[in-house]
Design a protein around this ligand. Structure first.
Ligand SMILES: Cc1cc2nc3c(=O)[nH]c(=O)nc-3n(C[C@H](O)[C@H](O)[C@H](O)COP(=O)(O)OP(=O)(O)OC[C@H]3O[C@@H](n4cnc5c(N)ncnc54)[C@H](O)[C@@H]3O)c2cc1C
Length: 256
């Protein structure tokens, strides 16, 4: 690996949520400045060459380590190797963080509507963790509504921490929704997809067009659906920010 392009990183911890979802913490051997919401490029080299992919940073820049929330793509080029990494293992990180999926400070909007599926919560964790540590991250009148959706409740890595953050940051409200509630014993949160509950909470809490910037991150179909709903709700294009993690493979054409 070219040390001019990459920093060496060491895995300091990992937490498995399921067979294909885990969080990973890394210590880097040099400073790694970034803005909450940005992504890092994780890399490794094997006989097939260098493999690298973008991952949103879930930790705050005010923490000493980087944290990621990753989903295994069994046939993928990169995640099967990332999935083998445990504390003490090494990998590489491109020297600079990238991305524009950061808190909107241009529009003057006071309301920020965060919508995430599964690993898409990572950039929002970075923003909330930063605000909790540094009150100057956002003006005091800022209000944030985070809607985090998944199929099952074990796909949420941060529920207790988000509850704590919402308790500490009076402008923050967090809603969790599962689409397969019948598989989540004792589930007390919302049932349905992000799209199903978006209007209920956004309208009730005043996260409406005009004074709201929306940020949508995660499953590409969810992003499309939410963008359509926000458009119909009067949101201007520039008031809707998206972070698309992958492009779904095109369905094979039907045979004649
Ligand atoms: C800005 C940005 C931030 C990202 N942040 C994260 C993050 O925080 N966590 C995270 O897990 N991923 C994130 N990704 C996706 C990540 O970069 C990889 O694309 C993903 O981990 C798959 O890598 P792979 O090499 O294993 O699979 P690839 O070889 O790249 O993909 C194989 C096939 O799987 C599809 N695919 C890729 N990802 C998924 C998925 N999750 N579910 C279903 N199909 C998929 C691809 O479209 C492709 O057809 C981000 C992507 C971008 C662009």
């Amino acid at each position: 690996m070219d040390p001019n392009k990459y920093l060496r990183a060491r895995v300091t911890g990992r937490r498995d949520l399921s067979e294909d979802l885990w969080t990973l913490r890394l210590a880097l051997d040099a400073p790694f400045p970034f803005k909450p919401g940005q992504y890092a490029t994780l890399a490794f080299e094997d006989a097939g060459g260098v493999h690298e992919r973008a991952y949103s940073i879930a930790s705050s820049p005010l923490e000493s380590e980087l944290e990621f929330f990753i989903e295994l793509v069994p046939e993928g080029e990169t995640t099967p190797t990332l999935h083998t990494l445990h504390a003490g293992d090494e990998l590489w990180v491109r020297k600079s963080a990238k991305g524009l999926f950061t808190l909107d400070r241009k529009s003057g909007h006071h309301h920020h509507l965060f919508v995430a599926t599964v690993t898409g919560v990572a950039p929002f964790m970075s923003m909330l963790r930063t605000w909790a540590r540094d009150p100057s991250f956002a003006p005091p009148e800022t209000r944030i509504l985070l809607i985090e959706a998944a199929s099952r409740d074990y796909e949420f890595p941060y529920v207790p921490e988000l509850d704590e953050l919402a308790g500490k940051l009076p402008g923050v409200k967090v809603v969790h929704a599962v689409s397969r509630s019948w598989e989540c014993q004792g589930w007390q949160g919302e049932c349905g997809r992000a799209e199903d509950i978006l209007r209920k909470y956004a309208d009730a809490d005043g996260f409406t067009a005009g004074d709201t910037t929306a940020y949508v991150c995660g499953h590409p179909q969810m992003i499309e659906n939410v963008k359509g709903m926000l458009k119909r709700g009067g949101f201007a294009k520039e008031a809707v920010h998206e972070e698309v993690y992958w492009i779904p493979a095109k369905a094979a054409p039907a045979s004649a």
